[in-house]
Design a binder for this molecule. Sequence first.
Ligand code: SF4
Length: 358
Amino acid sequence: MTELIRTAIPGLLAWYRVNKREMPWRDTPDFWKVWVSEIMLQQTQVETVRPYFTEFISKFPDVHSLARAEEQEVLKAWEGLGYYTRARNLQKAARKVSAEMNGQLPKSFSRLLDLPGLGPYSAAAIASIVFKEPVPAVDGNVLRVFTRLTELGDDISRPQTRTLVFGILSDVISGFPPGDFNQAMMELGAIVCKPRQPDCPVCPLNRICASHKNGTQLRFPVKKKAAVKPHHLIGVGICMREGKVLIAKRHEKQMLAGLWEFPGGKIENGETEEECILREMREETGLTVELVRKIAKTDHAFTHFSITLNAWLCNWVSGEAQPLSGSEIRWILPEELDDYPFPKANKVIIKEFRSAVK
Ligand code: SF4
């Protein structure tokens, strides 16, 4: 199988040279740009990443500038891109590289894996693009191309399948420019071998593709059906006191750590939104509040669950705000909200809050 695939790689590379999309991190010798882009591209589409990447690089032009930055500044630059652990890990890794490695990345796949936030895919992408190491980067696009090419029916959500594909492509890649090989496979998956509409007639691999030959493209890749995600209803209080609004910072160990939010929590069984918010405000901040009116309802999906946020404007009645369940709590002016990083779902609430208090 390896030899058959290898016969089609020159055609794939020629196709890539002509058809690759222009990207600000492509064809650069700057490891910092490649590194940042690979982290941003994890679970995120190229078009979403573009504006974030440009802003991020102009704010943090090299590894040292990110290492020196305040974490809040980094989260603010990442705000809206999601999966914030990526930003926190990127900064941890940048601090390590800046302080212990003289600002230079380790030059091998296996040593890159020691840095926070770099898994096999990102480490292979960086090692192959920047250091020309012949190691395959196996992401979702590559798995789709490979399983269609070979009609491999193994479940791609199993680590063993990834290991198997990694092993075979490790043999295929040798002798070809590794950065171009990996980017060509990924680009092919992104723009030709698409999930629902593979464009086989223009594909440079169609001559050797088993699923194209047999008309089985849409049966691959095989992936175990994901369990139904739980959905949570959340009550959120936007509490005002003397023209200021209360915000809380999420704990180090919580999801979305380091980001700010309005206090609130899950609506318990048998509880109304209103009861939930009064209880959560008491439990999370020690405040007694009175509800004014509902100002926003918004849905948001995370990887393993989804939520509906129900946000109510409220007024402070008594008590001194304390960070009982968050790590920090602040009264700020409404116009200062833009200075703090918030999760995406809170952006809708902030917009509605601004119109409500105008
Ligand atoms: S021939 Fe079709 S199914 Fe096969 S790799 Fe190309 S686009 Fe995908």
